[in-house]
Design a protein around this ligand. Structure first.
Ligand SMILES: [Zn+2]
Length: 442
């Protein structure tokens, strides 16, 4: 006797009449997408048939599932902040089908067994594919390289000690040189801030920090680290990725390095694209970030860099914390904001709405390019027959206010109370609905 299939959803789904926006093919047109057995079966006008489940998508966008290069899912070790299940539910609700999980768990993701454990937990939750990021150094201690080889064998393609910069140029050189030796592309992702300049720093160093009496983290800390990282990358030819850029000078350095052919990519977070140090005058701990939000000039340079392709991807740096942790005084509160449930709407509202980014470019920075960097080859489109049906359907006009409840265990959103436009209506992971009518299905 055979039991019921785990998934009793119809095998054929037709997304009818949505605006398909797919940066990989350049397609931006109203049409139908047919999903069969977890894959895209056709793109084009559908007659529809009796056994197909038809979802009317008129007025909605149909895009490749979003891909996040930078999320802290906290499990194992910090389940009071987030679990893989709650984090991937938040991701699915945000339109994501693939998320890179940062290595600062307990134990640290610095060997293959933990990579398998994280991936297995994600498969069991069934909400979003998780790509574990491996630690560059053992225990994130910044001393000796982690078991990168066995982690690459386990499928890891991105390594990062995020939270800490790789402490010395020599260690970064060793990591990039080692990464380059693998037959697959392996990326070293650095949190580029010179630690000697940011120790004890609470916010961007500038007029606001002086008037608030808070210790600053100067933009030069990022500039110095980015310059070092780019020089070492040029020297080794290894693949560098720069996490969460925050300053105008760093954007300039990356722009120049790219024009010189240095193999570097970079990301920016939604909060660095929106907030400035002036917003911290309320001592809102949800705006305390690492690296900090900076001046309006820095924010504008990040926007320009994202638009011209100097910055390749929008990444959330989703960083959930327990309520009592964030309610501590400003100097004792941990940095970070949750972001998976709001990133898309922030980009649509703050960048696409005012014309900083066109829609195709926005989807590219949220999906196609991060998929390429992450080695998530099944994700990020193209929306073409035969491809896995990792898709999101978005109502671009839906207005909503950021407020609890969140699917994330974290409540620490920098965007609390903000009015945004754009809401994920459906998310499909391998053709299976993870979000339906704006609600998680599991
Ligand atoms: Zn970081």
């Amino acid at each position: 006797m055979t039991g019921p299939a785990r998934d009793d959803a119809p095998r054929t789904v037709v997304l009818r009449g949505g605006r398909v926006v797919d940066p990989r093919t350049g397609r931006d047109e109203v049409t139908d997408v047919r999903i069969e057995d977890g894959r895209i079966a056709s793109v084009g006008t559908e007659r529809g048939d009796a056994d197909a489940h038809v979802i009317e998508c008129g007025g909605a966008l149909v895009v490749p599932g979003l891909v996040d290069l930078h999320a802290h899912l906290r499990e194992p070790g910090f389940e009071h902040k987030e679990t893989i299940e709650t984090g991937t539910r938040a991701a699915a609700l945000g339109g994501y089908t693939a998320v890179a999980a940062m290595a600062n768990t307990q134990p640290v993701a610095d060997h293959a067994a933990i990579v398998h454990e994280i991936r297995d937990l994600a498969v069991a939750a069934g909400l979003c594919e998780v790509f574990p990021v491996g630690a560059i150094t053992k225990g994130l201690a910044g001393e000796s390289l982690a078991e990168m080889g066995e982690m690459v064998d386990a499928g890891v393609r991105v390594f990062s000690d995020d939270g800490n910069a790789v402490p010395t140029a020599r260690l970064l050189r060793n990591a990039l040189t080692y990464a380059k030796a693998f037959p697959v592309e392996v990326v070293i992702a650095d949190h580029a801030e010179d630690p000697s300049l940011v120790e004890g720093g609470q916010m961007h160093e500038g007029l606001a920090s002086a008037s608030l009496g808070l210790t600053g983290r100067p933009a030069e800390a990022e500039e110095i680290a980015v310059a070092r990282d780019l020089a070492v990358t040029r020297m080794t030819g290894g693949r560098l990725h720069l996490c969460h850029l925050s300053s105008a000078r760093a954007v300039d350095l990356v722009r120049r390095a790219k024009s010189d052919g240095v193999p570097v990519t970079a990301e920016v977070t939604p909060h660095h694209l929106v907030f400035t140090d002036d917003d911290l005058r309320t001592y809102d701990t949800n705006l305390k970030m690492n690296p900090p939000v900076r001046s309006a000039e820095d924010r504008d340079a990040l926007r320009a860099g994202l638009a011209d392709g100097t910055i390749d991807a929008v990444a959330t740096d989703h960083a959930p914390h327990a309520v009592e942790e964030k309610e501590a005084e400003f100097d004792r509160s941990p940095p970070g904001t949750i972001g998976l449930e709001t990133a898309l709407a922030v980009v649509l509202t703050e960048l696409v709405g005012p014309g900083v980014l066109d829609l195709l470019t926005a989807v590219e920075r949220l999906s196609a390019t991060p998929a390429r960097i992450l080695g998530a080859t099944d994700h990020g489109g193209p929306i073409e027959p035969g491809r896995p049906a990792h898709l999101a359907v978005i109502d671009p006009g839906a207005a909503w206010t950021v407020e609890p409840p969140f699917a994330s265990r974290g409540r620490n959103s920098a965007f609390l109370g903000r009015r945004l436009r754009g809401r994920v209506v459906h998310t499909f992971l391998s053709g299976r609905s993870t979000v339906s009518d704006g609600k998680a299905t599991a």
